[in-house]
Design a protein around this ligand. Structure first.
Ligand code: PA5
Length: 440
C-alpha cells in the first residue's frame, strides 16, 4: 500500500471528470517522457533511480564517517545553499526534537551555514563554535558558489586556529567528482570527500551524500529513508493511472487548478517539524517550474500557527490560491490536556483529550472553512513522520515535480534565472571577469 494517499474531498468540485481524464492522459505522456529520458533536461535524471542504485559501499562509508566524527565533535556545521542544504535540513528538522540545538543528545547537533551572507549570523556561530567541538561538511555541486565558499573560508580559518594540524580531519567535502574549486581544494588538502553525481541537480540531490551524510550524522536511519523512497520509486515508475499513482494524481490536480487561475499553491502542514519540508518543496517546485513567464508560485503555511496571521487572507482574500494540505495520521508522542477542577480557562471540554485529536479537529474545521471560502484543497496524507515515510514523501514530490514541469511545457531540470543576481553581485564586488557588467 502507498505510504502517500491523495485525498480529493475538498478539490472534487473544482475538477470535472473530463478535465481529470484529459489530465490523466497528459500525466501518462509526461511519465513516458520522463522515464524514457526523451524530454528537456534529460541529462539530469539520475535522481529517478537513486533509491535503488545507491552504492552500498558509499552508504557504509557515510555511516562510518558519522560514527567517527561523533567521537570528537558535538556539533556538525553543514555548509551549503539551495539544494545543497535544504533536503538535509528538511529531514533532520522533521525527525529531531524542535529543541535539539539546546540539548546535549547522543548524536551531534547539526547546524547550518553557507546559506546566508549575514555578518551577524557568522558572528554568533563563531561565538558558539569557540566553546564547542565541531566538524564541518562543505557541500557544493559546482564548487564555486559564493555563499558556501565564504562560509568555508571563515570556518576553515577558525578550525585551523582552534585545532591546528588536526583541523583537516574535521573537514568533509561533498562536490563534483572532477571539477570545481572545492574539488581542487579537497584533492590538494586530502579532505574526506563524497561525490554528487553529475546527472543529479542540486534540488534533486537529497538522496545522495548531500542529504544522507548530514542525516546520518544527526543519528537518523538513512537505509530506512532509502527504503521508503524505493517503495515510492516502484509505485511512481510502474503505475500509470491517477488512482494508483499519487504523484501523477497530485501533478494532474495542481495543473488543472493552475489552468483555472489558481496561480498560488500553499503547502500547508499542522506541525512545525515539517516547516523545512516546505522550504525544500518550495525550492523544488519554484526552481523547476518558475520560468518562461509560467509556473505555480509555491508558498507555505504552518497551521494552526499561521491561521492567526495568514488565515484571513486564505479565507477571504483574492481567489488565486489552492492548498495542498499535508496531514499525518499519528503523532510520534502523546500529550493530553490535563483535567482541572475549575473551568476558569473555558477549555474543560478538552480535558483528557490528546493534542493529536484536537489538532485533527482543527485541521478538519480549517479544511471545511477554506473549502467553503472557495479554496480548493488537495489532501496529501502520510501515516506518520519517520525516515521511511519521509523517503517516500521526497520521492513522491520529486517525481510529481518532473511530471508537472513537463505538463507545464518547461524544462524542470534547469535554473537559468538563478544566475542573474550573481552577475550583478560579482560586478559590484569587483570579481575579475565581470568588469563589463559593472556600468549596468
Ligand atoms: O538546485 C540547485 O541547483 C541550486 O539550488 C543549487 O543547489 C544551489 O545554487 C547551490 O549550488 P552548488 O551546490 O553548486 O553550490
Amino acid at each position: 500500500m502507498s505510504p502517500i494517499t491523495i485525498l480529493t474531498d475538498y478539490v472534487a468540485k473544482y475538477v470535472t471528470p473530463q478535465e481529470l481524464a484529459q489530465a490523466e492522459q497528459e500525466t501518462q505522456q509526461a511519465q513516458q517522457t520522463l522515464l524514457g529520458g526523451t524530454g528537456a533536461g534529460n541529462d539530469f535524471l539520475g535522481w529517478l533511480t537513486l533509491p535503488t542504485t545507491i552504492d552500498k559501499q558509499v552508504l557504509q562509508h557515510i555511516k562510518t564517517e558519522a560514527a567517527t566524527q561523533a567521537q570528537w565533535s558535538d556539533v556538525i556545521v553543514v555548509i551549503g545553499i539551495g539544494g545543497s542544504y535544504l533536503g538535509a535540513r528538511a529531514v533532520i528538522e522533521a525527525l529531531q526534537s524542535p529543541f535539539a540545538p539546546m540539548q546535549k543528545g547522543e548524536h551531534p547537533t547539526i547546524l547550518f551555514a553557507g546559506h546566508t551572507l549575514s555578518e551577524d549570523y557568522y558572528h554568533h556561530l563563531l561565538q558558539l563554535l569557540d566553546k564547542r567541538d565541531y566538524s564541518i561538511v562543505v557541500v557544493s555541486k559546482s564548487g564555486t558558489t559564493t555563499e558556501p565558499a565564504v562560509a568555508f573560508r571563515i570556518l576553515k580559518a577558525h578550525l585551523n586556529y582552534k585545532y591546528g594540524a588536526d583541523a583537516s580531519k574535521r573537514i568533509l567535502v561533498i562536490t563534483d567528482e572532477n571539477k570545481g574549486a572545492l574539488h581542487d581544494i579537497a584533492q590538494r588538502e586530502g579532505y574526506h570527500s563524497y561525490i554528487i553525481p553529475d546527472n543529479v541537480g542540486g534540488r534533486f540531490s537529497v538522496l545522495t551524500p548531500v542529504g544522507l551524510l548530514p542525516i546520518a550524522m544527526a543519528g537518523f536511519d538513512i537505509e530506512s529513508l532509502l527504503r521508503g523512497a524505493a517503495e515510492m520509486q516502484e509505485l511512481c515508475t510502474h503505475t500509470t493511472t491517477l488512482a494508483e499513482n499519487p504523484a501523477l494524481h497530485y501533478a494532474a490536480l495542481r495543473n488543472i487548478l493552475y489552468r483555472k487561475g489558481r496561480k498560488v499553491e500553499m503547502l500547508v502542514n499542522f506541525t512545525p517539524s515539517l516547516c523545512y519540508i516546505s522550504e525544500w518543496w518550495k525550492q523544488l517546485y519554484g526552481e523547476s517550474e518558475g520560468k518562461e513567464g509560467r509556473g505555480i508560485l509555491p508558498h507555505s503555511l504552518s497551521f494552526t500557527t499561521d491561521l492567526h496571521s495568514m488565515g484571513q487572507y486564505v479565507q477571504q482574500g483574492e481567489r488565486i490560491l489552492f492548498e495542498s494540505m499535508l496531514t499525518i495520521n499519528q503523532a510520534q508522542h502523546s500529550v493530553n490536556v490535563p483535567p482541572q477542577e475549575d473551568n476558569t480557562d473555558g477549555i474543560g471540554y478538552l480535558a483528557n483529550r490528546s493534542l493529536t485529536d484536537i489538532n485533527a479537529k482543527a485541521q478538519q474545521g480549517t479544511a471545511i472553512a477554506h473549502h467553503n471560502g472557495n479554496v480548493p484543497i488537495i489532501g496529501i496524507n502520510i501515516p506518520q513522520i519517520d525516515e521511511y515515510t519521509l523517503g517516500a514523501l521526497i520521492y513522491f514530490f520529486e517525481f510529481a515535480c518532473g511530471i508537472s514541469g513537463y505538463m507545464l511545457g518547461v524544462n524542470p531540470f534547469d535554473q537559468p534565472g538563478v544566475e542573474a543576481y550573481k552577475k550583478n553581485m560579482f560586478a559590484l564586488l569587483g570579481k575579475p571577469g565581470y568588469e563589463d557588467y559593472r556600468p549596468q
